[in-house]
Design a protein around this ligand. Structure first.
Ligand SMILES: [Zn+2]
Length: 316
């Protein structure tokens, strides 16, 4: 990229500027620069950078470049690369309120090849000492028999409404399984909010149409570290790399029927999947098998589990 230096690139991959110069037999030009826009560099990376996504920052009164950098977990030097108009020759222009800055903010999940993993697979429990909770009828017109409560487990998720956190045994077990695997694979540190599931006995749950038979759960999308709103996330506040990992974890339980998310975000999701190193065939098969469009699913995914085998009267 324009204005990028060997030192900035080196830091991203855990190597030194001298390494980059040596591996690529680079020669400095008359300004002392080694790298130029468009150049392809060979790098033996020691660490893989977290995937990044683009955000727009509106400068506030008295905000400095350093403060903006800190908020997004980047370096002030990088902000100058992404916003070259901030430089006038060698001089930096002062920030003024309402200026718009482009920021490529790192996700809090590890990128492909990143060694980061959660400390261990977090614990989860099967609701075994109770009768098996099953669905009767359809998600849009049905009820829940012997509703199982999703256990409180802050190492995995945060339950928003305990009286609406009931589901089938299969759903309750696999929500925990998916979240445990997501935490382990990504080491995502932020909260994952579990929104509405069903009431203990199921049935109508306004304003939702479904959520009646214990097979549905709303999961708020993982947020970027700089997100300020806790509930209604905007598109650029969503951590799409973490979202992909979460969808993958639900798909891998093998017990999910559908995952609803507004179609306008599918492209962002696919791009994040590629950047997370997921093979194209796997991305296509997950998208085709599970991801469905549904209006209003912008800040959360809605996961629907299959009918359990024991549930004779469960219907789609
Ligand atoms: Zn829902």
């Amino acid at each position: 990229m324009k204005h990028e230096t060997a030192a900035v690139i080196a830091e991203r991959y855990g190597v030194t500027a001298e390494d980059i110069v040596r591996w690529n037999s680079l020669v400095a030009d008359e300004d002392g620069r080694y790298v130029h826009p468009g150049a392809r560099l060979k790098i033996h990376a020691r660490s893989f950078p977290a995937p990044r996504q683009r955000a727009r920052h509106r400068v506030r009164e008295d905000e400095t470049l350093e403060r903006v950098a800190e908020r997004y977990g980047v370096r002030a030097e990088e902000l100058l690369i992404w916003n070259p108009w901030l430089l006038q020759g060698e001089k930096r222009r002062a920030l003024r309120a309402k200026m718009q800055l482009t920021v490529w903010a790192p996700s809090s999940v590890a990128g492909p090849g990143g060694a980061t993993r959660g400390p261990a697979i977090p614990e989860f429990s099967a609701p075994s000492d109770q009768p098996v909770a099953t669905s009767r009828g359809r998600p849009h017109k049905g009820r829940l028999i012997e509703g199982a409560a999703l256990p409180v487990n802050e190492s995995l998720y945060t339950i928003r409404f305990e009286r609406l956190a009931f589901g089938t045994t299969l759903a309750v077990l696999n929500i925990q399984r998916a979240l445990a695997s997501f935490r382990y694979e990504t080491a995502y540190p932020g909260p994952v909010y579990i929104g509405a599931m069903s009431r203990k006995t199921g049935r109508r749950l306004r304003p939702h149409k479904s959520h009646q038979s214990g097979r549905d759960v709303d999961v708020r999308l993982p947020a970027m570290p700089y997100a300020t709103r806790t509930q209604k996330l905007r598109e650029w506040e969503v951590d799409w790399h973490a979202t992909w990992a979460l969808i993958q974890a639900f798909a891998e339980t093998g017990e999910v029927q559908q995952i609803f998310l507004e179609m306008k975000f599918w492209r962002r999701l696919r791009r994040a999947a590629v950047e997370m190193g997921t093979p194209d065939a796997e991305i296509a098969s997950i998208m085709r098998a599970y991801v469905r469009h549904s209006r209003g699913h912008v800040a959360h995914i809605h996961v629907r589990f299959v009918c359990s085998e024991a549930a004779e009267y469960c219907r789609d």
